[in-house]
Design a protein. Sequence first.
Lengths: 403, 228
Amino acid sequence: MRRLFVRLALSSVAALAPLVASAQTLPSGPATAFDGRLTVGAEVVATVGDEDDIAFFNYTDYEHNALRMFRVALAASWRPVTRFAFVTELRSEDLNQVRPYAAYVRVRPWLEHPFDIQVGRIPPSFGAFGRRAYQSDNSLIGYPLAYQYLTSLRPDAVPATVADLLIMRARGWRTTYPIGSQEAGPGVPLVSAFRWDTGIQAHWENHLVDATGGVTLGTLSDPKVDDNNGGKQISGRVAFRPVTGLVLGASAARGDFLADDVVDQLPLDSGSHAQTALGADGEYSRDHWLVRGELVWSRWNMPFASPPTSVNLDALGAWIEGRYRLTPRISLSGRVDRLGFSRIAVGPLLTPTWDAPVTRLEADAGYYLQRNLVVRLAVQYNDRDGGRVHQRTYFSGQLAYWF
Amino acid sequence: MRCRLLIAATFVGCVVAGADHSAARHEPVNGAIRGRVEIRQSLPDVARRPNVSDVGMPRAHDPTDRRRSVVYLETAPRAAFDQREEPHAKLDQRNETFVPHVLAIIAGTTVDFPNNDTTYHNVFSLSSIKPFDLGRYAVGRSKSITFDRPGIVRVFCDIHSHMSAFILVFSHRFFAVTDDEGRYRLDNVPPGTYTVVAWNESAPSETKRVTMPDSGGDIESNFSLGKR
């Protein structure tokens, strides 16, 4: 399968090569119909990099490697009347299957007021990167750890003891626990950038403030189309734009994390099993510089059967990235990223972190063949305090095209 | 005697008239080429990319005037290349739109790019004749670029993908941008035979051979671009 994927990715790059030569002939804008009420755009991204089936630093929640991925996305917006818009995006990763990444209705009840309601599979109301995961808007090939790196927690299976949890340190790509699903499966990131949640959100803005709030079925780390626990997540973000070019945001979210199938097997009175998250994000751009940073703190309330107790498992992801446009065609980017975990008591002297902390450094160079066609080369270094592989450096290349 | 004087006066008058007539024939008069460029296909506004990440209706932007065409002489008389001044032009940024959408200038012109919008913009071009990137600059500020070489420069905003404009740089002064009704006028064209080109972003260019007579005057030349 991997060889097939690599061949497909390479052949797609090769297929695009003649287009690159005559790059100005590629469409530069979305297709429109019905007097502009229907617009259709697309993004095609081929990323080729080192294999990672030992360290699994860049695996996503769909068991795909973010540094070895062929992704096709088709987005459409249909606005039959001014107040309504139907918005959807279909996406396929590694040509496996086509999934609706987004599908929602947007309503503006009062045309003169910038207040909107969105219902369906909606963009996240938390943080900034979750709505910026397009390759056209991501300055680097890799993803921030908080939005991609798989922790050892699962919504459909839980450890019976602290020891069960610690055995899975640095094994988020494939964890197994005694309670709940007995099948090995991937853990969850703090916030998923690869799936969106289903629910309703409201948004209002003026020249200074931008506020979004939502109620959804899943959680930040485990977005859902079908509810698995009857609980709802409440999330919100407020962003300030004190001066042009500066955006400062603050977010919060809380929702039931564990599936009913797991909770039913837990001792009674095991309490709440929520994921609670707080976030802060910032962006500043000026001249040829763009600097972005984000802080995501997440707490999962995890029940243990033996002894029957609940423990708060915390994680903190923090990253800062910068992009500098060296020439009209060449841009240089870099990101410093850290994901840390809280400590858990095993004995009087032993308090390891419940998952292995990770540090990631990435540097990219991008060359714009056309406004919407870019070639990137990246080097990414990962350091993890645990697991079979502690350090790993990856080289990757990417061709991204969008319209 | 009176008859001889009359004959002599008539002869002199004929000679003078003949001299005036030959002088008019040897001093050519410049004229104008004018007409209309019809765009036969509908040109929808430049649409915003459907961004599913938006948490609200995207901000409305001004429509882009894509019906503007540029008419120019493919080759121009030698005197047309004489340039005595360094002209200025302006490509404004208003309500997430470049105004005008099509700008025609002579080589050596400095174009100002003022940001008269309410948000950041980042004007740039990847054109081979003048690649540039003005970076992000705030409302009320302006940056400038001098275009030295003839050709077509496609201009974009790095932040707003639906913003685009064309700057056509000419080595001579015989060019004109059509008005709201598609009309154009090239003034002060010396006598001669020229290839007149009509350009529009949406259709292949069309050319016509036009001869300006020595007597000058207005020559009409109309174009129809695009699919019927």
